[in-house]
Design a protein around this ligand. Structure first.
Ligand code: F6P
Length: 398
């Protein structure tokens, strides 16, 4: 065990055996990140019920807005990306995630602002809620009950959907996302129905069961994904806009929970630039024996290697509301797998399943969420405590 700075301790090499010892896992996870992550399905159901109790219908009274801005940072900000992808490219109004304080200069009375903050006190969400009120935009707020955000919403006479605070924001993605989707449904921007929510919750439950701590590595997809990533630099690419949201989410959780550096994003974009990574010293050149130019005395290449995680979303059907034809996305996904194989870069593939955009997204988020926690635990890291975030806030006086 290495005692690092700021009270964080862990070990350089992943302890494979630890992942198959449920008591040791529980001991190393005192805050219960595994348990909180397993509540994803329950979060969907609870948030749907809480949103039904909020007076969202007033939102729809003034008809379709000119644009919708989803304001928040971190996981709260990710909910805006989820809404944008579930609404899809045929959404009649722009859906704009906004991650800095305040709102874009053009926001006015014709627009809707959805301010999201798990704590109910992020300056980004509070600033946006206040600015929306000042400018006469319709406002909806989502976050911790009895928080500053709730007060701003009450002052603005805006609907507020309380999300009970039981876990860090990053373990509350689904609790925060569902109210945002349901607010957008009231505005006529998404078609998420009760069956979609129920099926998404059921899928999250089923994935939590497959990824449970007592399921051993050889049958547990999250443990095997974590062990595959151990010691590597993960590259996470999504084959479609929806899969890219999941890829970015995996970047968030791998960084915050497992403290791994990650490259994540859209495969389409990566294919025109970042895919070059596969040829570098952490990629193809790390395969010393395969590369005649490699310096045999240089130990670096044999150490850290890239590991590609490809999140594939085959879409519901070829006529799907996609930005690009499904066939193009599929060909690109096949191409990057071939490229990785040619260079000896190992690749894991997670393929979306489910009958709605929301369920497909859930199927790409659930296993990676658990994998990020198992990877932290395999290194002896507490996946919940991230002192660097607090220190950063103190240093920046936020
Ligand atoms: O949504 P919140 O709780 O206001 O926080 C925003 C972000 O800030 C953090 O709490 C870190 O301070 C993240 O975990 C979170 O996603």
């Amino acid at each position: 065990m290495i005692d690092g700075t700021a009270g964080v301790s862990g070990h350089r090499d992943a302890d494979e055996a630890l992942l198959d010892d449920p008591d040791a896992l529980a001991e190393r996870d005192p805050g219960g990140m595994l348990r909180h992550t397993a509540s994803a399905g329950a979060q969907v159901r609870e948030s749907a019920a809480l949103a039904a109790e909020a007076n969202l219908s007033v939102l729809g009274d003034e008809g379709r807005p000119r644009a919708v801005v989803i304001a928040g940072i971190g996981t709260a900000g990710r909910t805006g990306d989820v809404l944008a992808t579930v609404a899809g490219p045929r959404c009649p109004v722009p859906v704009i995630p906004h991650r800095s304080a305040g709102v874009p200069g053009w926001v006015g009375a014709a627009d809707v602002v959805i301010a999201v903050s798990a704590s109910g006190r992020s300056p980004e969400a509070l600033g946006a809620a206040e600015a929306a009120h000042r400018r006469g935009a319709r406002l909806v707020a989502v976050g911790a009950p009895d928080s500053q955000l709730q007060s701003v919403a009450e002052r603005a006479r805006a609907p507020f959907i309380p999300v009970p605070r039981r876990a860090p924001a990053r373990a509350s993605l689904w609790a925060l996302t569902v109210p945002v989707l349901l607010a957008a449904r009231t505005l006529g921007l998404v078609k998420v129905n009760e069956a979609d929510l129920a099926e998404t919750a059921a899928r999250l439950d089923a994935d939590a069961d497959r990824c449970r701590p007592t399921a051993e590595s050889f049958v547990n997809p999250a443990k095997s994904l974590a062990l595959g990533l151990a010691g590597s630099i993960p590259i996470v690419w999504g084959s479609s806009p929806l899969a890219t949201v999941a890829a970015r989410r995996f970047g968030d959780t791998l960084s915050a929970n497992a403290r791994y550096p990650v490259v994540s994003g859209a495969l389409g974009e990566a294919g025109r630039g970042r895919v070059g990574l596969l040829d570098g010293v952490f990629g193809g050149l790390a395969e010393g024996e395969r590369d005649i130019f490699a310096d045999p005395d240089d130990e670096t290449p044999a150490g850290t290697r890239l590991r590609l995680v490809l999140l594939r979303d085959g879409g519901l059907n070829a006529e799907d509301d996609a930005d690009e034809p499904l066939a193009v996305e599929e060909r690109r996904a096949e191409a990057v797998q071939t490229l990785a194989e040619r260079r000896g870069v190992r690749c894991d593939v997670v393929t979306a399943e489910g009958g709605s955009a929301l369920e497909r997204l859930a199927s790409l988020v659930a296993v990676p969420d658990f994998a990020s926690i198992y990877l932290a635990l395999a290194h002896g890291l507490d996946p919940m405590a991230v002192p660097a975030i607090t220190e950063m806030k103190e240093l920046a006086n936020q």
